[in-house]
Design a protein around this ligand. Sequence first.
Ligand SMILES: Nc1ncnc2c1ncn2[C@@H]1O[C@H](COP(=O)(O)OP(=O)(O)OP(=O)(O)O)[C@@H](O)[C@H]1O
Ligand SMILES: [Zn+2]
Length: 729
Amino acid sequence: MILRLAVPVPLRRLFDYLPPAGLGAADCKPGQRFWVPFGNRSLVAVLVDVVDDSPLDTIKPAAERIDSQPIFDQRSRQFLQWAADYYQAPVGELYAAALPAALRKGKPADHWAEQWLELTTEGKGLPETALARAPKQQALLQLLLNRGRQSRTALNALGHNAPVCKALCERNLTRWVAGPTAPPPMEAVAPRSAPELNDEQREVIDAVASTGFSASLLEGTTGSGKTEVYLRLMERALREGNQALLLVPEIGLTPQTLRRIAARFPDFRIAALHSGLADGERARAWLSAASGVADIVIGTRSAIFTPLPRLGVILVDEEHDGSFKQQDGVRYSARDLSVVLAKNAGVPVLLGSATPSLESLHNALSGRYQHLRLRHRAGNARPPEISVVPILHQQLQEGFAPQVLRHIGATLQRGEQALVFINRRGYSPALTCDDCGWLADCPHCSSKLTLHRRQRQLRCHHCDYRQREVHSCPQCHSRNLNALGAGTERSEDFLTHTFGKYPVIRVDRDTTASKQALDRLLEPARNGEPCLLLGTQMLAKGHHLPKVTLVVIQDADGGLFSADFRAPERMGQLLEQVAGRAGRGDLPGHVLVQSRYPEHPLLQLLLNKGYGAFARQLMEERKIGQLPPIRAMALVRAECEEPRWAEEFLANVRDYLQALAPPSPELQYLGPVPALLERKSGRFRFYLQITADKRGLLQQMLAHFCQWAEGNKNRRLRWAVDMDAQELS
Ligand SMILES: Nc1ncnc2c1ncn2[C@@H]1O[C@H](COP(=O)(O)OP(=O)(O)OP(=O)(O)O)[C@@H](O)[C@H]1O
Ligand SMILES: [Zn+2]
C-alpha cells in the first residue's frame, strides 16, 4: 500500500510514501494529514490517494498520522486538484493555502473536538411541563428539544451553566458525548425579523432555483437591497438542511456584518473565517465548517477552499472586489472558483454587485450566467444627484473647491452628515526639497515615500519600509522641505480646522487597525449626529448610513490615464460605490465630483448614465483591443535583484512557448516588459503577457512550461504563472 500525498513544496505533483510504522490500510484515509520527511525537513502533507504501486524504487515511510478522521472530504479534494491544474499551482501549496495556520502547522484536529450534550430516550419522551419547578433545567431541555444537541461551548455562551447540565445528566435526561468541533460562539444579538420583500427582490429570488447548479449575476444598484436577497437565499438553503457560504471582500467582514446575519439566524451556527481571528479560533471555525456542524460560513477569499459537506448555496458579495483575487503565492480568484465549486456541488451561486466586474458582466451578457437586476433603491431611498466640479483653474483650498466647502458646511448645519472620499492615506504622498529638487524615494522600490506626520515617519506603501521624518534635505541640507499633495491626514487637519464644531472621523487603514476599531469609529455616524466622515475606499463599501446626504469625491481622475487597461474599470467601480453612500435613507443624496477633466467622455458617461452604461462602453473597448474578458490572459512573472536575469529568463520563456505555439491572430505575446511598479522590496519585476482566444490552449502551453521551468536552478530568481491576471503592477 502506497500513500500519495500533497506536500507543501513548489513542485506540481504528488509524492509517494509508505504508511507510518504500525498503520495499515484501514488506518489511512484520503483527507487525513501526515507528517512526512522531505529532504532534511519534516512537513505537514495531506493524503490524496491510496494506491497499490509506485513507480519509485525506494520509498520512505511517512512519519506520523495527524488526524484520526479525514478533514478534507472527496469533493473538496477534487476541487483543490482542479484549482491547482487551472492556476498552474503546486497542489501541495494549494492544500496549505486551504488550511488555517494552526492546522497548516500540524496541530491535530482532535485538539478541538468538543463535548456535546444530547437528550437520552427518556429526555426526548418527557412531557413539556415535567420540569416546571426547575426553570433553568426546563429552559435547557427546551433548547435541546428545539434545536438538537448542543456543544459545551455553545451552552456556555448561552448561559446554561455546568450545574444545570449536570442535574439533567443525573436525572438521566441528557448525556455528554464526544463530537466534532463547534464554531466559536458569537456575541449575543437580539433577533431581527426580515423586511417584506419588494417585487424586484422577489423576482430575483424566484429566479434562482433552490436545487441544482445555476450561476447568476445580480447587478443591483447601490442600496437596492442585495443583502436582503442574500439573506433570503441563505435562509432557504438552511431550512433545507444545507450549509450556506457567503464570501465577502476583505474590508467587508465587519462585526456589523456578522451581527446583521446573526440577528437574522439565531437558530443556526455561524462560522466566520477572517484574518482578524486568533489561530486557534480560526482553526475551530474551519473545522466546524468542514465537519458540517456550522450552518453558515462567512469568509474572505480563502474560505472558498473550506470543505463544506452540506453545501447548499454560495453567495459572493461585491463580486467585483479586487481582494477576491490572491496576488501572491497561489494566484487564484475566489470569485471565479465559486462558480466551479457550485457546479461540482450542484448548487446555485449568486454573484452580486452594484458595479459588476467586466468578467462577470461578460458571462451574464453572453448568457453563461443568468442576469438578474435590481434597478431601484429599496424602501423610500432615491438615487443621488451627481454633479461635476471642474477644478482646473480654480483657487483650491487644500485640494477643495470653494463651493464644495460651502456644501459641506451647509450639510452639517442642516444636521446631516457628509462623506469625503480621498484615495490616499497618510499626510502627503511626496516630500521634496524646494532648493535642490530631492525627492524622498523608497530605497527598495521604484516609488515615493508617503509622509505620515502623526507617526513622524516616511513610509513606503508597497514594501512597508519606514524611516524617521526628516526636516532638512539629506542632499543639500536645506530646510525648505515641501510636502506635496494631500492624503487623509492632511485633509483631516484642514477639515477639522474649517468645520471645528463637528466631529471629523477619519477612516483609513491607519485608524482602523482592527475591525472593532472601524465599528467604534463609525458609532457617531450610525447614531445620526451631524459629522464629517473622511476616508479611503474603506468608506466606499457596504456601509449603510442613512444620514449621509453629501458625498464628495476629491479627485476623480486617478484611473483615466493609467497604463493598466483595467484602471478605468476600477475607477468607475470606486466612484459609483462611493457615490452610492449618499441618500440611502429618507433624505435625498447629493454627490460632488471634483475633476480636472470634467469633459472626459468616460467620466461623462459614468456620471450621466451610471456604471452600467460605462461598463458596457468599456466592454466595447476591450473587444477592439482583444483584451480580457473577451480573451483569456495569463502573465508569466519573474522577479530578481538582478534585472537582467529576470528579463533574460522571460525572453527564454517566450522562445520556449513560441516553439510550442507560434504567435497568430488568436494567440499573442507581449514582453518581457517591466511591471508598472518595476522594483519592489529590492527586486526587479518583469512579466510576459499572453492573450489567447482559447483558454484550453493557454492552459496546455502553461502546463508544459511549468514542468520545464521547475528545473530552473537560479535560486535568486522567482517566477510565477498568473492566470487571469488582474493587475499589471
Ligand atoms: N424590501 C425592503 N423593504 C424595505 N427596506 C429594505 C428592503 N430590502 C432592503 N431594505 C433596506 O434597504 C437598505 C439597503 O439595503 P442593502 O444594504 O441590502 O443594499 P445593498 O444593495 O446591499 O447596497 P450596497 O451595494 O450599496 O451595499 C437597508 O437598510 C435594508 O435594510
Ligand atoms: Zn518600498
